[in-house]
Design a protein around this ligand. Structure first.
Ligand code: TXA
Ligand code: MG
Length: 351
């Protein structure tokens, strides 16, 4: 199959692109769409056959449900059997934006989308062309991250083509993703609400609206045998490089020093910009300045993706503290490392 690329131009009227992408989706096809977090691989979320094609294109495990994307908060009623007042308040406060809410699913949502669960994830992405495409298609769009399963998420149209060229009808190129890590997932079917995946909306911002928020154990540690995370996808690694990844947490000066003193030849490093000079002659990917978590979020998947093309025997990664967007950046690095984490401040392995 030939994959067509449509470029979004913010200075122009994009009516043709919107109509063409919407027509592909209405017809049961696959269109990669830009969002503020990462690119999504979209299909009509109410059409089971179309949704099955997403799983095939990605090589995605069947037990991993998809998020429905909507153009505004009024569509919550189209996707969900019940919408509590808190969900409406959160939509009002944070949509369009990087928040996915887990709610009871409406009868029209097929098992293919929810992987048989009685709940559904819903989010309104903050990218104008994608909201326009969904509104024109007039159906909620199921869209996982557009990467092949097991690879880092895609933050540019070029990343999407690397994984999906020839497998899908369309890629809508909407530029680089502004946030760079996936949405924050909040389960509103339990009380207090539960954070299932940290993401582009910081936990602190949610707490300011919801009060107490419980944090699912899968956010901070590896699941034990027999233990199931509430978000099935949290049990999978985003990135399974041949070389083992070690995440080094702690004050940036200490984590950089820890890595420098243990690094062997042939190994690669993901570090904060300030510490590049510690690793002269070493394959290095910069996460951006130690104090700039927005930049770290934008770069983390790119840094991981870059090592796929390099011959390194091990990868060391500096890791931010877990306040603000740091919780999501640290989570993505730790998942890539299979939660192999060293604390440079205490030098003990964390759980
Ligand atoms: O930012 C994002 O959320 C991106 C963009 C494209 O919107 N999408 C994304 O989708 O990250 P995906 O499929 O890569 O990750 C969705 C996560 C998975 O961990 C899945 O298990 C979880 O959401 N999930 C989906 N529906 C769920 C449900 N009903 N209950 C619990 N977890 C759910
Ligand atoms: Mg994903």
């Amino acid at each position: 199959m030939e994959t067509k690329v449509y470029r979004w131009n913010p200075a122009e009227e994009n009516g043709k692109t919107v109509a063409a992408a919407a027509a592909v989706l209405r017809g049961g096809g696959l269109a990669a769409i830009p969002t503020e977090t990462v690119y999504g691989l979209g299909a009509d979320g109410l059409n089971g056959a179309a949704v099955r094609r997403i799983f095939e294109a990605k090589g995605r495990p069947q037990d991993n449900p998809l998020i429905l994307h909507v153009p505004d908060g009024t569509w919550l009623d189209r996707c969900c059997a019940a919408v509590p007042p808190l969900a409406r308040r959160l939509a009002e406060a944070f949509w369009p934006g990087p928040l996915t809410m887990i709610l009871p699913r409406a009868a029209c949502v097929p098992d293919e989308t929810t992987a048989g669960l009685d709940t559904v994830g819903v989010r309104c992405p903050d990218h104008p062309i994608t909201r326009a495409i969904i509104a024109a298609a007039d159906t909620p769009i199921a869209a996982p991250s557009a990467n092949t399963s097991g690879r880092p998420s895609c933050t540019t149209a070029a990343d999407v083509l690397e994984d999906m060229d020839g497998k899908i009808e369309v890629v809508v190129d909407g530029g680089s993703c502004a946030v760079g890590v996936e949405s924050t997932i909040l389960d509103l079917t339990v009380s207090p609400p539960r954070l299932l995946r940290p993401g582009g909306l910081p936990l602190e911002a949610l707490e300011a609206v919801c009060g107490a928020v419980a944090v699912d154990p899968a956010v901070t540690r590896l699941m034990r045998p027999g233990e199931q995370p509430k978000a099935p996808g949290m049990k999978y690694r985003h990135y399974a490089p041949k070389a083992p990844v070690t995440v080094v947490a702690g004050v940036p000066e200490r984590s950089a020093d820890y890595i420098r003193t243990r690094l062997s030849s042939g190994e690669g490093v993901i570090c904060f910009e300030e510490f590049r000079s510690f690793f002269a002659g070493v394959p290095v990917q910069s996460l951006g300045p130690a104090a700039d978590k927005n930049e770290q979020a934008r770069r983390v998947f790119d840094a991981l993706r870059a090592f796929d093309g390099m011959q390194v025997t091990a990868i060391w990664a500096q890791c931010p503290d877990t306040t603000g967007l740091g919780l999501a950046v640290a989570n993505r690095l730790k998942k890539a490392a299979g939660f192999h984490v060293i604390d440079a401040d205490g030098e003990e392995a964390r759980p």
